[in-house]
Design a protein around this ligand. Structure first.
Ligand SMILES: *[C@@H]1O[C@H](CO)[C@@H](O)[C@H](O)[C@H]1NC(C)=O
Ligand SMILES: *[C@@H]1O[C@H](CO)[C@@H](O)[C@H](O)[C@H]1NC(C)=O
Length: 352
């Protein structure tokens, strides 16, 4: 994520939105990949609107009454796999806490945990680029994913890790850092930005979208192809996993002890899910502005993060996901655990 992280420290930047969302919940639910399953296969870290549930259809913004995101008209949900520390000698697991990303950018605005969301008009944010194609925002009911827990040999496009030390993000790597990071592990996930213009979802939750960037997620985007002609905002998540308190339990020279919540020992299998839920035309209004410094040129209402932090959902799964655990939640008695359900259409992977 060369350009995005570099530009984050430089003003001015091009049009687009960047805002913090506090943690809404950690639960084993996945209304995109396993709708209706409670619990789903593995734990997710979820931010955004309080309409989040095991199954979500229709216009989310009409059901949510609050959001953990700074943009108060954004009732979308954003979620990723969760990082756990696997103790190298006794094998116990502990969930890794999340820190707000914003301290690196000059102030957390009071976010609690969570992740930072970007909606940009280009696959590359760079000072000298202008909007060259109209951006059409997502429609109510729209959802998509990037990545797959079964990926074991290469990262999905735009997935990058950085080993944080103090205020330094360090070089990007496609896989987990190989040494302890005093400031935590920074993970970036980048979604495709070309839509087929018809489908709010697809059986694999990915093929209704197309990424014009195949090698590096952060080079300038070529035009969308005729199969996916509609240019949407480019959505990016940044999460800081606070691994610092586990570093003393990482023996020198030992392999990376952090695993994703599906027991993913390589960094490649993490994934991100997006459920659109902006109210009315709020996101479109922001995307129609051409010279914004990440706040929608005042076209979007912000709320204090102290207010956002009060938004919650109840625990719908009822299991322990934090503290020292002998097994990862869902690692036993769940066929979906090792099954490549990600690649299958909904009726096949619905197990419950
Ligand atoms: C969540 O979904 C379940 C099952 O469809 C439903 O019974 C419940 O009312 C929903 N909860 C919320 C808060 O929408
Ligand atoms: C593993 O080590 C951690 C850290 O010392 C400890 O808290 C946990 O209880 C241990 N687990 C087992 C099963 O001994």
């Amino acid at each position: 994520m060369k350009f995005l992280s570099a530009v984050a420290f430089i003003a001015p930047v091009q049009a687009g939105l960047r805002f913090p969302c506090s943690t809404l919940t950690f639960q084993r639910l996945d209304p995109v990949v396993e709708p209706g399953s409670n619990p789903s296969a593995h734990v997710h870290h979820i931010v955004g609107g309080n309409a989040f549930n095991s199954s979500m259809t229709g216009d989310v913004s009409t059901r949510a009454t609050c959001t953990t995101c700074q943009m108060s008209e954004d009732f979308s949900n954003y979620w990723t796999a969760v990082l756990y520390f696997k103790h190298p000698t006794n094998g116990s697991y502990h969930r890794v806490p999340v820190l707000p990303v914003q301290p690196l950018l000059g102030g957390s605005n009071g976010a609690e945990g969570g992740l930072t969301v970007y909606y940009t008009q280009f696959d590359l944010i760079k000072d000298n680029l202008k909007q060259n194609a109209p951006i059409k925002t997502f429609q109510p009911g729209f959802r998509m994913t990037v990545g797959s827990p079964t990926a074991s040999s290469r990262p999905h496009t735009g997935l990058r890790y950085q080993c944080l030390t103090g205020n330094n993000r360090g070089p990007e790597t496609p896989d987990f850092p190989t040494k302890p990071c005093s400031g935590g592990i920074f993970a970036t996930q980048h979604f495709p930005a070309c839509w087929d213009g018809k489908n709010l979802d697809s059986p694999d939750h990915q093929s209704h979208m197309y990424n014009t960037i195949q090698s590096d997620g952060f080079t300038n985007a070529p035009a969308c192809p005729s199969s996916h002609p509609v240019r949407t905002p480019q959505v990016t998540y940044e999460t800081t996993w606070d691994t610092s308190k586990f570093n003393s339990m990482w023996p020198s020279g030992a392999p990376n002890p952090f695993v994703w919540s599906f027991e993913g020992t390589s960094g490649f299998g993490t994934h991100a899910d997006y459920m659109f839920g902006w109210k009315g035309d709020a996101l479109q209004r922001a995307m129609d502005k051409s010279e914004c410094r990440y706040d929608g040129c005042g076209s979007i209402t912000k709320q204090a993060m102290a207010t956002a932090n009060k938004c919650t959902v109840k625990d719908m799964v009822g299991e322990e996901t934090v503290g020292w655990l002998s097994k990862l939640p869902g690692s036993e008695g769940n066929v979906a655990w090792y099954y490549p359900y990600w690649k299958l259409a909904p009726p096949l992977y619905k197990l419950n």
